[in-house]
Design a protein around this ligand. Structure first.
Ligand code: AMP
Length: 221
């Protein structure tokens, strides 16, 4: 099988879709990317860069929830106390939210998912959704960063952005929940052979270069 990125994309500097040549001829497949890693590892920053470069939407569940809180929607009212305490929003709510978001047209060429899934039931629901439309994940990037550095980065962000859940207590809860509920998903995706580790303790440009290299590899896989 041979493949590669097609020419310049409409939305991004590159086309999100890959042209894949297999036994049935040439066809285009979407670039469905998942970012996994602890809070403060730089998923949001890299998600935005990937989105711009490949012209696919960056779907960050934390941002969606913060927007809902700012707008005072029903979702926002339910989510606000949980976010502020650094706790997780219930799986059913998050799964419905992602199902609606992935159904939108702008995800046709792919997406970069950041902050979902965070629990085993969310990962299983995502698989079921993507299987239904015969669209397995292309790649899962695992952002690796020592915990002390995550804490330092989150405390710095607290000073710069004043996020309600960047208080020391909420940070502790969020990192604990990451280790308990989200970190096991690394093995789940490793077993599927789609996990690519990223050394996240480096300047933004270097991390992005590593991601781009990995995406080129994926394109010729
Ligand atoms: P983030 O910006 O990804 O760190 O998310 C901020 C907060 O939003 C988290 O601490 C949770 O309270 C909530 N949240 C975001 N994504 C999820 C998810 N997939 N499942 C449950 N809660 C979530």
């Amino acid at each position: 099988m041979s493949s590669g990125f097609s020419g310049a994309g409409e939305g991004g500097r590159r086309a999100a879709r890959r042209t894949v040549l297999d036994g049935t001829g040439e066809r285009e497949v979407p670039l469905d990317i998942l970012l996994l890693g602890p809070q403060g590892a730089g998923k949001g920053t890299q998600g935005k860069l990937i989105s711009r470069e490949y012209g696919i939407p960056h779907i960050a569940t934390g941002e969606i929830l913060r927007a809902a809180i700012a707008e005072g929607t029903e979702l926002g009212r339910k989510a606000e106390p949980l976010l502020n305490a650094g706790r997780l929003v219930p799986d059913e709510i998050m799964i419905d939210l992602i199902r609606d978001r992935l159904a939108r047209e702008d995800t046709e060429g792919g997406f970069v998912l950041d902050g979902f899934p965070r629990t085993a039931p969310q990962a299983e629901a995502l698989d079921a959704m993507l299987n239904e439309i015969d669209r397995p994940l292309t790649v899962v990037f695992e952002f690796q960063l020592p915990e002390e550095i995550c804490i330092q980065r989150l405390l710095r962000r607290a000073e710069e952005e004043g996020r309600a859940d960047d208080t020391p207590d909420a940070i502790r809860t969020r990192l604990r929940l990451y280790h308990e509920q989200t970190a096991p998903l690394v093995e789940y995706y490793r077993a599927r052979g789609i996990l690519v580790p990223v050394h996240a303790d480096r300047p933004v440009e270097e991390v992005f270069a590593e991601i781009q290299q990995a995406l080129e590899q994926v394109a010729v896989r």
